[in-house]
Design a protein around this ligand. Structure first.
Ligand code: FMN
Length: 446
C-alpha cells in the first residue's frame, strides 16, 4: 500500500520536481551562456507555475499534477482540430460530413465536382439511404418553377414561395452582418427568410428580400409593455410589403417547451429597438403563449392575425411532442373551420442560438418519427381538405401509402412494401418522400 502511495506521489510531482531541479542545476552545467540563461529562465518559470498550481483551488487536475496537468488543457484545446484533420472519417456527419461540406465548397467555387470509379459509401450498411429512380427520367425543369402557392381560400394574399427557404434564425442569435448576408441571398435567389422570434431588424430590410415574420411567445415587435400581444403594433408591421407570411411559433426542435432568456448585457439598443423591449434589461420569452391557451383559441388567433395582416398567409411552427396534441389542433381546425395556411414541423435535430443541453439532446421528436408526413417545408392547407378530415395534410401530399407495419428496426417508424426483390422489403424513409432505406437483414422475408 505504501509503495503504491509512493509511486503515485512520484507520478504526480515528478514534472514539478524536474523543473525545480532544472532551474537549480542548469546554471552549474558548462554550456553557452545564452542557452543556459534561457533554459534556467524556462525551468524557473515552470517552477513558479507549479507553485501556483499547488496553491490554487480552481482546477483539481493542476493542483494534483502541478505543471504536467497543463498538458491536458493544451491537448483539449487542439482536440477539435486533431479530430477534424486527422481522425474524423469523410462520412462522419454532425451536422454535415466532411465530404458533403467539400462538395458544397467545390460547387460554390465552380470547381470540378465529378468523381471517377464509384461511391465510397458502404451501400450494404444498415441505414444506407438511397433514392429509387424512374425508368422514364423527367425533362429538366426551370428552377423558376420550383415554387408553391401558400394560402388557402381564407387567405386574401397568397404567397408564391420557393420550395427552399431560410429557416428561422433571430437577430440576436445571428449578427447584423449574418442577417444582411442571408437577406441578400434571399433577394437574389427569390426565396424567403424567416425572421426567427427576434422580430424584424433594420438588417432584414436593407436588401428587401422576402420575409416570414415569426411571432413567438415574447411577441417581439408587436408587444405591449407587459409582454402581451399588441394588435396595433402587429398590424402596422405586418402591413409592410416585404412581410409575405406570418408564422406563429409554438415550439422548436432544439428546445421544445422552453422559452428563452436574453441576458441583460445582450440587450443592446439595436436589439431593444427591434424587439420593442427596454435596453439593458433581461428579456424573457415565456414557454407558452399568452394570446391563446387552447387549440380552438389558437385557430381564432390564426384568423385574427390573418385579418390584422390584411389577409397574408398565417401558419404555425412546432416540434412534435405528444402526437395527440397535434391531433387536438387538427380537431380545432375542423371545429372552427379555420385552417392555417402552412405548418412547419421541426425535428429534434434542429439547431438553435442557445438552449439547455438536456433539452437539445433529449426532448422533442426527431424528423423521421414526427408525424404529419414529416415535411419541413411550408405546405398549403385548404378548408375543403378540412372537411375531408385531412386539414393538416399538405396539398402536395404524397399518395396514400400502405398501412404501417412493424419495422425490424425499432428506431424507424416506417411503412414496408415489397420492393427490390421478392425476398426483401425496403422501408420507406419518412424524411424524404422518394428515399428508401435498405432493410436490416432481419426484415428479409422467409
Ligand atoms: C442560430 C439559430 C437560431 C435559431 N433561431 C430560431 C428562432 O428564433 N425561432 C425558431 O423557430 N427557430 C430557430 N432556430 C431553429 C431553426 O429555425 C430550424 O428550425 C432548425 O435549425 C432546423 O431546421 P434546418 O434544418 O432548416 O436548420 C434557430 C436555429 C439556429 C441554428
Amino acid at each position: 500500500m505504501q509503495s503504491i502511495l509512493k509511486f503515485s506521489l512520484i507520478a504526480r510531482y515528478s514534472a514539478f520536481a524536474l523543473c525545480i531541479l532544472g532551474a537549480l542545476l542548469v546554471p552549474l552545467i558548462p554550456m553557452d551562456r545564452t542557452l543556459s540563461f534561457a533554459l534556467t529562465l524556462a525551468f524557473a518559470a515552470l517552477s513558479v507555475l507549479g507553485v501556483f498550481d499547488l496553491l490554487q483551488r480552481r482546477h483539481a487536475i493542476t493542483r494534483n499534477y502541478p505543471v504536467i496537468g497543463h498538458m491536458r488543457f493544451l491537448v483539449e484545446s487542439v482536440r477539435p482540430e486533431l479530430r477534424q484533420y486527422l481522425f474524423e472519417s469523410d462520412s462522419d456527419r454532425l451536422p454535415f460530413s466532411r465530404a458533403e461540406r467539400s462538395l458544397v465548397y467545390q460547387r460554390a467555387k465552380n470547381e470540378a465536382d465529378q468523381r471517377p470509379f464509384g461511391t465510397l459509401l458502404d451501400a450494404y450498411a444498415h441505414g444506407y439511404e438511397f433514392i429509387g429512380h424512374s425508368k422514364r427520367p423527367a425533362p429538366l425543369q426551370d428552377p423558376e418553377t420550383f415554387r408553391i402557392t401558400i394560402g388557402n381560400e381564407q387567405c386574401k394574399r397568397p404567397y408564391s414561395g420557393s420550395v427552399l427557404n431560410i429557416s428561422a434564425m433571430s437577430f440576436g442569435a445571428l449578427s447584423g452582418q449574418a442577417i444582411l448576408a442571408l437577406n441578400r441571398g434571399a433577394k437574389l435567389g427569390g426565396f424567403a427568410q424567416d425572421t426567427g422570434e427576434g422580430s424584424i431588424s433594420p438588417y432584414h430590410r436593407q436588401y428587401g428580400g422576402d420575409l416570414v415574420w415569426q411571432i413567438a411567445s415574447g411577441y417581439f415587435g408587436c408587444r405591449n409593455a407587459d409582454g402581451t400581444f399588441s394588435a396595433e403594433k402587429f398590424a402596422s408591421q405586418a402591413a409592410d410589403d416585404q412581410v409575405k407570411m406570418i408564422e406563429i411559433k409554438l415550439s422548436q426542435g432544439a428546445k421544445p417547451g422552453h422559452g428563452g432568456i436574453l441576458p441583460a448585457n445582450k440587450v443592446s439598443p439595436e436589439i431593444a429597438a427591434t424587439r420593442g423591449i427596454p435596453v439593458g434589461r433581461e428579456c424573457v420569452s415565456p414557454a407558452a403563449h399568452s394570446a391563446f391557451s387552447t387549440p380552438t383559441e389558437m385557430m381564432l388567433f390564426v384568423a385574427r392575425l390573418r385579418e390584422l395582416s390584411g389577409g397574408k398567409p398565417v401558419g404555425f411552427k412546432l416540434a412534435i411532442g405528444q402526437p395527440w396534441e397535434f391531433m387536438a389542433i387538427v380537431k380545432a381546425m375542423l371545429k372552427t373551420g379555420i385552417v392555417p395556411d402552412f405548418i412547419v414541423v421541426d425535428g429534434a435535430e434542429g439547431g438553435t442560438g442557445a438552449a439547455p443541453v438536456e433539452l437539445t439532446d433529449h426532448v422533442g421528436t426527431p424528423m423521421p418519427w414526427a408525424p404529419t408526413g414529416s415535411t419541413r417545408r411550408a405546405a398549403s392547407c385548404s378548408p375543403s381538405a378540412a372537411s375531408s378530415r385531412r386539414a393538416a395534410t399538405p396539398t402536395n401530399a404524397r399518395p396514400a401509402l400502405p398501412p404501417r407495419t412493424p419495422c425490424a428496426s425499432a428506431r424507424w417508424s416506417c411503412r414496408t412494401r415489397p420492393s427490390v426483390s421478392p425476398t426483401t422489403t425496403a422501408t420507406r424513409c419518412m424524411r424524404w418522400p422518394n428515399c428508401w432505406r435498405r432493410p436490416a437483414w432481419s426484415t428479409r422475408r422467409a
